[in-house]
Design a protein around this ligand. Sequence first.
Ligand SMILES: Cc1cc2nc3c(=O)[nH]c(=O)nc-3n(C[C@H](O)[C@H](O)[C@H](O)COP(=O)(O)OP(=O)(O)OC[C@H]3O[C@@H](n4cnc5c(N)ncnc54)[C@H](O)[C@@H]3O)c2cc1C
Length: 485
Amino acid sequence: MGVLYDAIVIGGGVVGSAIARELTRYRLNCAVLEKNADVCYETSGRNTGVCHGGFAYDIGSLKGRFCVEGNRLMGDLADELGFSFERCGKVLVGFTEWDYNRLLEVIKQGEALGATGLRMIDKEELHRLIPAVEGEFAMLSENSGIIDPFGLTIAYAENAAENGCRYFLDHEVTAIAREGENWKITAGGEEFVTRWVINAAGLSCGKISEMLGIPGYRMIYSKDDYIILDERMGKLVPMPIYTVPSNLYMGIHVTRTTDGNVLLGPSAEDTMNNSWYGVEQKNIDMLYDEAMKIWPHVKRGDYIRTYSGILPKWTDENGRIQDFKIEILDDIAPHAVNLVGIESPGLTASTPIARYVLELMKAREDLQENPDFNPVRQASVRFAKLPEEEQARLIEEDPNWGELVCRCQKVTKAEILRAIHNPLGVNTMVGVKYRTRAMMGRCQGGYCQMRIEQMLEEELGLAPEEVDFNRRNAPALFGKVRDDA
Ligand SMILES: Cc1cc2nc3c(=O)[nH]c(=O)nc-3n(C[C@H](O)[C@H](O)[C@H](O)COP(=O)(O)OP(=O)(O)OC[C@H]3O[C@@H](n4cnc5c(N)ncnc54)[C@H](O)[C@@H]3O)c2cc1C
């Protein structure tokens, strides 16, 4: 037999990577099997990036409990892991008496869940906080915030890898079988043997659950479309602006990202298709109309691009959406932690979810602490955000800090080099984009894309046709057009 792992996580999104990081706090030989070429290609890289306050969930639910806990932990996590996070607050704006009463209910619900810093504010205070907003009053959630979702996911994964967890990218799990006391997992044409297996496969959670011998989860998906606006609009959105939520839908919101872009969305459509990410014109028009009602500054000239994300939800037989399911069924699937329906607020709740997984494991096995675990990850440097003296010092040290590769986002050659040599071994062009923001600006890579492609060739010794854009065998270049000397 080859390597016997103590624990294998299926899926390296924000939840799987948070779990991987928590596993490395213990003396466990662990690995992550991820079907894509990077860790935030699915839901963890396709969300709104809001650190929710924890007031919109059923009382007594895991969603509510982990959201409140995750919100409380986010500042410390950002300090340890070096990703962008701002506790900027968030408002839910209202116009009618019904809205006012609904917001009072939301505050009550939030307080019962343990959320703090929730209060009603009048029109004057609302406009003092956000001069550009529409609304007669609002509920303010002082502790809500915004997170860089790519930064958080990559930070968990890199910290887990630095603490000894192995990442197998491009390894799609296709079969799982019980083999004696262990699990045998087939992924990417290889076999892995492990004592524990953890299903953190996001949109494929139902499929992996079936492979573990736990069938019967009814899955539906909610597809959410968004428009991204230019960074110059960010200063008009100091905090996320939401409408009054119903029980089923949070409503259209206008959110700023940690990099200053503005997001308008979501469209929220139920679907059984969990892999189609196209955005239709009718939704773009609808988002424009709805966003204008609460933030009348949307100009089509500020559109940069659209994107969409898909939420995995599981329902009962009547179609009612259920709470997060995190279970170990000792009789049916021993030593398998099964996570189902990790929809919103999975980003905010990622570390509490991961700690709960470890609690379930510890209730069944004595885990020894890893004395070498280091919770701190070297933060990636954003040259453009540094004070001038610090920029000058870096350029003096290494001239690569003085060469701009991405002009829109002001990303330097030194940042691209660091991203290419990342601890996970990600070597796609989009991997560089998610780590540096190069290609995310106004021109969407029109200027820097080919320079980044060339740097990947040079640094990794690849031929042009071997540099993949976002996934395996998806090269940006297919061959020469001319055979010049
Ligand atoms: C539109 C939208 C907006 C949202 N906004 C917020 C928000 O503002 N705040 C918040 O807290 N939450 C938000 N969420 C929820 C949050 O993004 C998710 O809960 C979270 O990202 C889920 O993480 P995950 O790791 O479970 O899933 P994923 O990121 O989907 O990770 C699962 C991973 O498993 C891999 N995988 C799947 N099948 C296999 C297989 N067979 N073998 C190997 N690997 C496999 C996938 O490639 C993927 O990388 C939002 C979600 C959406 C869709």
